[in-house]
Ligand binder design. Structure first.
Ligand SMILES: Cc1cc2nc3c(=O)[nH]c(=O)nc-3n(C[C@H](O)[C@H](O)[C@H](O)COP(=O)(O)OP(=O)(O)OC[C@H]3O[C@@H](n4cnc5c(N)ncnc54)[C@H](O)[C@@H]3O)c2cc1C
Length: 392
């Protein structure tokens, strides 16, 4: 097993690093590092910068704008973006809908949607979860009844990230409620968010931010040509897409940057007249976190080495999701501990101390609770590992 980058891969990393230094606008980086809320314009602006460079969709086939990079190069690129403080790329179009269209879409669907996703013309969201159908997704009830060349959609989605910014939503709907097996009779529809009958209502998270929504469908008419794959084959599409979703959750580069921020900040904080990093209990926690992050990185490299050798990802993806999100949460816990009571006070005084890390820290701590829930909760990921890796 080879866990080192080759000379070519190191040269590629330097190229990406250099380009990011020259092209990531400092004010954008500042927003990311300070955990400020990013607007639709921020997200689309950075998307278009990368699209212009030709680096927005590395994993796509080259005929659709993919870069032709190896899996290792793709990983290096993602980690360098996270480490540099680049805004996250919204995965819903690029890394969820597009792979589905590439695998299951008709030529007309590919021609219609892929170039728009690439350029950042359409902002997408994901309509999977429903009240009472989260972990047990296959029990979903939103119905789509066929009327000639249209489906009429009725029901409700929930936790729909950025639906209030979205132009399109991809949805799992039930086209045949008569079938006994709940995974059967589900279809995958692409729905224009401007269609009459769609209502988006905000759900405010515990950090006070508007990130997720409820989406209601009342007699929403969707052309049959917007169905991806055969009618009733939506569960096959859903499973394919979930694998892609979980590949994107480890965020190792971002955690490395935040760990550095934490260490620098803790070294400046005083406890009993000494730097907090001299406190054995705090130092112990910091070291444990660093070891966990290094272990995650090595696990990821091991996993990449398998992919390099042509082996398909298995339950490993679930391990990355669990450890990656636990580390993200521990980072915010230690940041809060290092900041102490001032974290709450300055949460409403963004930048007053001139320290990017602690500005908005308390809301960020609250916000990061989500990471072990979304993209399939960590309990569900453990079930997957138990079943597929341990054979329990
Ligand atoms: C911030 C955020 C953004 C999200 N964005 C989207 C989005 O854009 N689109 C979308 O479709 N969905 C989205 N989701 C929904 C997310 O996928 C679900 O919340 C998640 O799948 C869990 O489902 P649930 O909330 O219904 O909880 P439930 O499934 O009711 O689970 C409740 C608790 O029980 C545990 N549990 C459930 N079943 C089992 C089991 N079999 N074994 C062990 N433990 C179990 C769960 O781990 C959890 O702790 C988002 C969620 C959050 C928090």
């Amino acid at each position: 097993m080879n866990l080192d980058y080759s000379a070519d891969e190191r040269a590629f990393r330097d190229e990406v690093r250099g380009w990011l230094q020259a092209n990531l606008p400092p004010d954008m980086r500042d927003k990311v590092v300070r955990y400020a809320h990013l607007t639709r314009d921020d997200l689309i602006g950075w998307h278009r910068t990368l699209a212009h460079k030709g680096w927005i969709a590395p994993a796509w086939p080259t005929e659709w704008g993919g870069t032709g990079w190896s899996v290792v190069q793709r990983y290096i690129f993602e980690e360098e973006c996270g480490y540099a403080g680049a805004p996250p790329l919204m995965p819903f179009g690029l890394a969820m809908c597009a792979p589905v269209l590439l695998k299951f879409g008709t030529d007309a669907q590919k021609q219609r949607f892929l170039p728009r996703i690439y350029r950042g013309d359409d902002f997408w969201c994901q309509g999977y979860s429903e009240p009472n159908s989260g972990s047990d997704l296959a029990s979903l009830k939103t119905s789509a009844a066929r009327r000639g060349d249209r489906y009429v959609v009725n029901g409700q989605k929930i936790w729909t990230t950025l639906a209030h910014m979205a132009d399109w939503i991809f949805c799992l709907v039930r086209t045949d409620p008569s079938l006994e097996r709940k995974q059967d009779g589900i279809s995958f529809l692409l729905i224009d968010m401007r269609t009459p009958g769609i209502t988006v209502r905000p759900l405010i998270l515990m950090d006070g931010g508007h990130e997720v929504n409820e989406v209601f469908f009342d007699d929403v008419e969707v052309p049959v040509e917007n169905r991806v794959h055969d009618e009733g084959k939506g569960w096959t599409v859903a499973k394919y897409l979930l694998g892609h979703e979980r590949m994107n959750t480890a965020r190792i580069g971002t955690s490395k940057r935040e760990l550095e921020q934490l260490r620098t900040f803790a070294a400046r904080q005083r406890k009993d007249g000494k730097p907090l990093t001299d406190d054995p209990r705090f130092r112990d926690k910091l070291s444990r976190l660093e070891i966990e992050l290094t272990a995650l990185e090595i696990t990821n490299l091991r996993f990449l080495d398998q992919l390099r050798g042509g082996r398909a990802p298995g339950a490993d993806v679930s391990m990355l999701k669990i450890k990656g999100t636990e580390i993200q949460q521990t980072l915010t816990e230690l940041m809060l501990e290092a900041a102490g009571p001032i974290a709450q006070a300055i949460a409403h005084d963004d930048g007053a101390t001139g320290d990017g890390m602690i500005a908005a820290l308390a809301p960020r701590y609250c916000n990061m609770r989500k990471t072990t829930i979304y993209a399939g909760s960590n309990e569900i990921q453990r079930n997957i590992i138990a079943k597929h890796a341990l054979g329990l």
